[in-house]
Design a protein around this ligand. Structure first.
Ligand code: ZN
Length: 176
């Protein structure tokens, strides 16, 4: 009986230690996986994958992966002749359009793709006009080819997916 009590006490201490370790080192926790469905992105499928890969290379707490058979995607991507735009329903969930109006005007497709994924990951538009900012979107020059988030944008996304779900209201974001 005494041994059993000691074992229980040791287990409790270990469990506590485990919880503390997770809290102290969130980077070692498994990233949240979000599945995206690019099957309706028409000629932009590759650029959608590119946008997802940019985020996977930039953050550690969330992964964007192509949806596998039988699974419901968190994110769907479409294409049409309008402006690129995102309809986010909550953090990590929603759908976005690759809009030919921006592509035809010369805006960089990988930048558009990474930018729209950025909205799904909880980033709003910040029209700073700076090419170094991914979320400056169309306020940066058409010639801007930077498709990578800056350090603040990447850190914000990591924080959004660091622990308990951050509440993000459903929103619509338009490229222009
Ligand atoms: Zn935007």
């Amino acid at each position: 009986m005494l041994i059993r009590k000691i074992a229980a006490a040791v287990f409790a201490v270990l469990a506590l230690g485990g919880v503390q370790a997770v809290t102290a080192a969130p980077a070692t926790a498994a990233p949240r996986v979000l599945y995206y469905d690019a099957s309706q992105a028409q000629e932009f499928k590759a650029v959608v994958d590119q946008g997802a890969q940019i985020w996977n290379n930039s953050v550690t707490n969330v992964r964007l992966l192509p949806v596998t058979a039988g699974r419901t995607p968190n994110i769907r991507i479409y294409a049409d002749n309008g402006w690129p735009r995102t309809y986010s329903s909550s953090l990590g969930n929603g759908y976005w359009y690759m809009g030919r109006q921006a592509v035809n005007q010369g805006y960089n497709p990988p930048r558009i793709s990474a930018h729209e994924f950025g909205h799904i990951l909880g980033l709003p538009d910040r029209r700073t006009g700076l090419c170094a900012d991914l979320m400056s979107g169309s306020s940066a020059p058409v010639s801007c080819t930077n498709a990578n988030p800056n350090a603040t944008e990447a850190r914000t996304v990591n924080n959004n997916f660091a622990g308990a779900a951050v509440a993000v209201p459903s929103q619509v974001f338009a490229w222009r």
